[in-house]
Design a protein around this ligand. Structure first.
Ligand SMILES: [Zn+2]
Ligand SMILES: [Zn+2]
Length: 253
């Protein structure tokens, strides 16, 4: 299977050197993955070393090694992202919203504020910015679609209503959504997106990819088998990886 969301340099915790690249690729091979996609946060652009990843990847002929980026989407920064994407022929680009209106909401110390805010308004504004990300034509993939649930705060309104416009835009633009298994290790304790959203995503004909969001080598591929089984259970036939911004399809069986 595949893991299209791993962070070689974590939160700038380590260098993009040979030893660290090998640690990620060794774990991917050990877990029997067919494809792995590096997608470091755009904040650490200066620390990235794409040519070294390409070089080390040659030691792993059985593994398709892709190079992507996880870009922070802020509506007024589309030009900045576009400029970054022009610097390298990426295989895929994940657009993620971890921040809106100047509030980086996914840090543990932000949890109390989540509980204080109006939950419907929290979700409404998050999905509004995510919709702009999907409209921007900058990305192949939208990351952790319902990240706003990270601390377990749930809206009163139906999630399908709150996410409706974002989903329509994702479908119109032919973007891919990931099952990001990392949510299970956050206070909310479940994959992104939740199962009802997965079913709606399938119903709308949007394609899925898979990602562990590993920030360390030892969790590359974590719960990816379970995520693919879950997708198959709800009737999703295939998942996609990426090569040169083109989708590469894998049958779920
Ligand atoms: Zn992210
Ligand atoms: Zn990530």
């Amino acid at each position: 299977m595949l893991d299209m969301h791993v962070h070689l340099i974590g939160h700038n915790d380590r260098e993009a050197n040979r030893e660290n690249i090998r640690a990620f690729l060794d774990e991917a091979s050990r877990r029997g993955l067919k494809e792995i996609g590096f997608a470091d946060h755009d904040y650490y652009w200066e620390q990235m070393n794409f040519s070294l990843i390409r070089e080390v990847a040659q030691e792993y002929p059985g593994l398709a090694v892709r190079i992507g980026l996880e870009a922070e989407y802020r509506p007024h920064e589309e030009g900045r992202i576009k400029h970054l994407l022009e610097q390298f022929p990426f295989d895929f680009v994940i657009g993620s919203v971890h921040e809106f209106d100047g509030w980086a909401f996914d840090y543990p110390e932000e949890e109390p504020l989540h509980w204080k805010k109006d939950a419907d308004e929290l979700y409404r504004r998050y999905f509004e910015v995510l919709t702009l990300a999907a409209k921007s034509r900058l990305f192949t993939t939208i990351g952790h679609f319902d990240l706003i649930k990270i601390f377990g705060v749930r809206p009163r309104k139906d999630i399908l209503t709150l996410a409706d416009e974002a989903l329509s835009t994702v479908a119109e633009q032919g973007l891919v959504l990931e099952v990001n298994t990392n949510g299970r290790y956050k206070p909310v304790g479940e994959f992104y997106p939740e199962r009802r959203l997965m079913e709606e995503i399938m119903r709308r004909g949007i394609e899925f990819t898979l990602g562990s969001d590993a920030h360390v080598a030892k969790v590359v591929g974590r719960d990816i088998d379970e995520a693919s089984q879950l997708l198959r259970q709800i009737g999703v036939p295939t998942v996609v990886g990426f090569a040169g911004l083109d989708k590469v399809s894998y049958k779920l069986d």
